[in-house]
Ligand binder design. Structure first.
Ligand SMILES: [Zn+2]
Length: 411
């Protein structure tokens, strides 16, 4: 059976971890920072040393390409990202990028002739230092001048980064790829949770990236003297909000598993030891992999808020704050990942991704899926992030066989 070169892959992981290394043992390679650019330079050297073709597009996405004999063949894309959050870990993004590079090197050395171009891509600014999912949005044609006008990291930082990398807003908008030229996209990643370790499994095949909905709930009662107002007469907005928070957790745990709910901001007014809080503004967010379930969750949570408000004699105002649509992933790519895991005799399960990834953007234009390998303690975006060597090697082997399965099916 074909396997990747484990020692070479682990040596690459160690070498990349030196670039932007932090004293805590992690890496700091925010998108288009000097450290990120050094990481891309290093990647380019590895690509060229391996006899693969290097490509950089207008969004700064860097790729290794193993071309098919027929120039009009489809491209089978795999990869992840080389940027990190500030003071991040060594595995988030790096694992998927280097597993993809190693899979291509292995296929080239085995002299396999495939009917598709293979491309291992590292997307620019996945983590959101500048825009977030910038490189994949550019490839998918989702990037607009409006998005670039209001980047989450600020205009100055975006323009400085583009300048450092020799890119421009025009080049970014020109990085769109023709979806008809692409066969599929596959990403390997660390789990960023503990479900795999808890279950003693090697691989999690992601079936959907969750949708996220958020609302501001404002409970309004009456501010009053905290000493002289009898308890039974109070219209305490914070009592209502507190009751809602606890019952929302129970509701989601009991009826919407594996969905999650969070109340992350709570402002009580007027805000004093000796005044009954008359008004509370609460930030509610919930996530699930299915839009239909999100609709039901939304109705149930907002009805709960209405009922709680009524029982505490409070008025309730509901404002939608934001909505990210759930991304169901490609069944054919999911099946190929599972077949590869079976072939390698690895224990696997299906699960949802509760964090965003380039895969969700790519899934809008091409069949796409991703798989997780265990991450000790579920740590991520943290210098202590750690995935054991065996799991790093599994990720590359699973990707290798997934690419072979998808490529063979395209004959
Ligand atoms: Zn990542």
């Amino acid at each position: 059976m074909l396997h990747v070169n484990a020692q070479r892959l682990l040596a690459d992981m160690a070498a990349l971890a030196e670039i932007g290394a932090t004293p805590e043992g992690g890496v700091s390679r925010p998108a288009l920072s000097p450290a990120d650019l050094a990481g891309r330079d290093w990647f380019r050297q590895q690509v060229e040393a391996a006899g693969l073709t290097f490509r950089q597009d207008g969004a700064g996405n860097v790729s290794a390409i193993l071309p098919a004999a027929d120039p009009t063949a489809w491209t089978l894309l795999c990869g992840s990202h080389l940027d990190s959050v500030p003071d991040g870990g060594r595995f988030d993004g790096a694992l998927g990028t280097l597993a993809a590079l190693e899979a291509l090197r292995t296929i080239r050395e085995a002299r396999l002739t495939l009917p598709v171009h293979l491309e291992a891509i590292a997307f620019t600014d996945e983590e959101g230092e500048l825009v977030g999912l910038l490189g994949s949005q550019a490839v998918a044609g989702d990037l607009t001048p409006e998005i670039l006008a209001h980047p989450r990291g600020g205009r100055d930082k975006l323009l400085a980064g583009l300048d450092r990398a020799g890119l421009s807003e025009t080049s970014l908008l020109g990085a769109r790829r023709d979806p008809d030229s692409l066969l599929a996209f596959v990403e390997m990643h660390i789990e960023q949770g503990t479900r795999l370790l808890d279950a003693g499994l090697d691989l999690g095949v992601v079936t959907a990236i969750v949708g996220i909905r958020s609302f501001w709930l404002t409970f309004t009662g009456q501010a009053a003297h905290a000493g002289t107002t009898p308890l039974a007469r109070r219209k305490d907005a914070l009592w209502g909000a507190a009751e809602f928070i606890g019952r929302a957790r129970d509701l989601v745990a009991e009826q919407f598993d594996p969905g999650v709910v969070n109340c992350g901001i709570l402002h009580a007014a007027p805000g004093a030891f000796n005044i009954v809080p008359g008004r509370v503004r609460l930030a509610l967010e919930f996530r699930h992999g299915s839009e239909a379930t999100l609709d039901t969750m939304q109705s149930a949570l907002l009805a709960l808020a209405e009922n709680v408000a009524a029982s505490f004699r409070l008025a309730l105002n509901i404002e939608e704050a934001s909505r990210a649509i759930a991304a169901p992933l490609g069944e054919r790519v999911i099946a190929a990942l599972e077949a590869a895991a079976d072939h390698l005799d690895l224990g696997h399960t299906r699960l949802l991704s509760f964090a965003g990834h380039d895969t969700q953007v790519m899934s809008r234009i091409v069949p796409a899926a991703m798989a997780f390998v265990p991450s000790v303690g579920g740590l991520s975006h943290n210098p202590a992030e750690f995935t054991p060597d065996d799991d790093v090697i599994h990720a590359a082997d699973v990707l290798l066989h997934t690419l072979l399965i998808l490529a063979e099916a395209a004959r």
